[in-house]
Design a protein around this ligand. Structure first.
Ligand SMILES: Cc1cc2nc3c(=O)[nH]c(=O)nc-3n(C[C@H](O)[C@H](O)[C@H](O)COP(=O)(O)OP(=O)(O)OC[C@H]3O[C@@H](n4cnc5c(N)ncnc54)[C@H](O)[C@@H]3O)c2cc1C
Length: 225
């Protein structure tokens, strides 16, 4: 795989909350599709993890939203980068395509945590349409990435589960799903596996075919202990 690695400069790093950073790196002329990931490498240039691109296709930079996992091989390294540092990256890849069928039918976004990244990529790209419903949940208000932008451009309803936060619903995005639009919609689910499993079960129990439920799992709750 080494021949596929490129070195890019870090342009900016912004702390979103105590454990989340938005990291911008050089794009050059790299083409990608909203929903694509790139493998980002640790310092040794050998261990990599996939991270979803969180910038739009017309943005001049590549942006990633990274949660620092204590003891992790890659995410602590990425979150400690400074402008001017280098990171090794793979070419973009992926199969999760939020909003891909937007011209044919409406769609719903459900995101937890950094799982909001591919929805940023879609909403920031030319021609993006507004989801029929967009729920975005985090444990703490400080973890929400640009909630005002997401409300304005995607109609996001933000949920915070472990505290009460102004302007946010209190609870998980899977609490009370009765107001989810049902029918000929596409559903895009991204983030923690527990949310994805619960939302999938709910949608299937309401007759939504699995072919309309598009899923990208970032984290396995069982690994969180
Ligand atoms: C398709 C895809 C796209 C992804 N996109 C993103 C993204 O945009 N942003 C992002 O932040 N991450 C994303 N991830 C997750 C990312 O790839 C890594 O898995 C994550 O950053 C941890 O890597 P690490 O090397 O730091 O930790 P590792 O070395 O893999 O693990 C470190 C420790 O953390 C534990 N751990 C694993 N998951 C959890 C958890 N949920 N809570 C607590 N501890 C845990 C592990 O068991 C281990 O003990 C994505 C994953 C996939 C599959």
């Amino acid at each position: 795989m080494s021949e596929f690695r490129e070195i890019r400069n870090v342009l900016a790093v912004r702390a979103v909350g105590p454990d989340i950073a938005a990291i911008e790196i050089e794009r050059h002329d790299l083409a990608f599709t909203p929903g694509d990931c790139m493998a980002l490498y640790a310092d040794d240039g050998r261990v990599s993890r996939p991270y979803s691109i969180a910038s739009g296709t017309a943005d001049p930079i590549l942006r990633f939203i990274v949660r620092r996992m204590p003891g992790g091989d890659v995410s602590p390294f990425l979150c400690s980068r400074q402008p001017g540092d280098e990171v090794r990256v793979s070419p973009p890849f992926g199969w999760f395509r939020p909003g891909a069928n937007a011209a044919q039918r409406p769609f719903v976004f459900l995101a937890t945590g950094t799982g909001v990244a591919p929805f940023f990529a879609y909403l920031r790209s030319p021609g993006a349409r507004r989801p029929a419903l967009f729920r975005y949940g985090c444990r703490a208000a400080a973890d929400l990435v640009e909630p005002d932008w997401l409300r304005a451009h995607g109609g996001a309803v933000c949920y915070v589960s472990r505290e009460r936060a102004p302007g946010c619903a209190h609870g998980r995005i899977t609490d009370g799903m009765d107001d989810l639009p049902l029918g000929d919609y596409d559903y895009y689910l991204c983030g923690l596996d527990a949310m994805i499993d619960e939302a999938t079960r709910y949608l299937q129990s309401r007759g939504i075919p699995i072919t309309a439920i598009h899923r990208e799992c970032f984290f396995n709750a069982s690994a969180a202990g």
